[in-house]
Design a protein around this ligand. Structure first.
Ligand code: CKP
Ligand code: MG
Length: 306
């Protein structure tokens, strides 16, 4: 049994401490929104599977090696020797503010197909499917993979989580809306930031989306998050931490939320776990490197004195 199946693109991540245009040393790691969710879940003890395509290059080796080392199931990962693994740069411009530049057009990751993902489903039961708007924005193949995976999950009774994860560098809001809105009737858990809500709804009131989905999870950044269900609206504040790097915080949040869902926690408790895992993400450098194991979850209580 796989707890969470997810798929998308993982790229090499080159991080500069200051403005990129000044040159200087770069630190190499890997990152990709869906894989960060998988790593976050694996650290919390869940069985997470990530499917994607990497190049037959050293960066691809790094991607697969990193995910394996984090105990993420990579058995469905495909290697495409005709395209490179994607790459992106991160530059810390101001404390807590990171700018990102992609070099991912034509990457191996963007060659993901529906078959890559559906074969993963065929391997056994899956409790939750997690998809994001980023994968849809990579091109027609990945978009079809999302549409077909969501349909298959629906048919199999697998819970579907969609994180809007809008990337204006990859596609317009209108393109994202045209792709994501038709998926909503097949989505159980919808995750969006306040800024991303207009992608999926004309009316800014998230409760209106409950006609389609069971849970609308709205992230308010430093102001916390709110979950809307048909019976309750639950808000929790963000954890008080010194923000070092907010990139990946949304994915850390999703890992915590889905972990709570898998553990059968009530809305308030799973939201609390979501903001706690996000707090670790924000307080440490890197998208996934600082995410907590289950034993480490209480550490933030001591750190923030709450
Ligand atoms: O929404 P988040 O800040 O949690 O997502 C960050 C990730 O996958 C980052 O790792 C980058 O690789 C990406 O989103 C992306 O494709 O933008
Ligand atoms: Mg996000």
């Amino acid at each position: 049994m796989t707890d969470v199946l997810t798929f998308g693109e993982v790229m090499g991540a080159l991080r500069a401490d200051g403005p990129l245009r000044l040159g200087g040393p770069l630190g190499l790691s890997v990152a990709g929104a869906e894989a960060t969710v998988a790593i976050g879940l694996a650290r919390l003890g869940h069985d997470a599977r990530w499917i994607g395509v990497t190049g037959a290059d050293e960066l691809g080796e790094l991607v697969r090696r990193t995910l394996r080392a984090e105990r993420v199931d990579t058995s469905g990962v495909r290697i495409d020797s005709s395209a490179p693994t994607g790459l992106f740069f991160l530059e810390n411009r101001l404390a807590g503010l990171t700018r990102v530049a992609y070099h991912r057009a034509g990457s191996a990751g963007s060659r993901l197909t529906a078959d890559d993902v559906l074969n993963g489903f065929a391997d056994g039961a899956t409790r939750i499917l997690h998809v994001t708007g980023i994968t849809c924005a990579l091109g027609p193949g990945p978009r079809k993979a999302v549409v077909e995976a969501v349909a298959m999950a629906r048919a199999m009774g697998t819970t579907v989580c969609l994180d809007v994860n809008h990337r204006s560098a990859l596609w317009s809001q209108a393109e994202a809306a045209a792709c994501l809105r038709p998926l909503l009737p097949s989505v159980d858990v919808l995750v969006a930031s306040d800024e991303e809500l207009p992608v999926v709804a004309d009316n800014p009131n998230p409760a209106n989306l409950l006609g389609y989905v069971d849970q609308v999870v709205v992230k308010h950044g430093a102001a916390g998050a709110t979950v809307y269900t048909r019976t309750e609206h639950t808000h929790v504040p963000a954890r008080v931490v010194t923000a070092v790097d907010t990139t990946g915080a949304g994915d850390a949040f999703v890992a915590g939320y889905l972990s709570g869902l898998l553990d059968g926690l009530g809305v308030a408790d799973r939201l609390q776990r979501a903001v706690t895992v996000a707090g670790f993400g924000v307080a440490t450098v890197g998208d996934w490197q600082g995410l907590p194991t289950r034993d480490e979850l209480p550490l933030l209580d001591h750190a923030s004195g709450s």
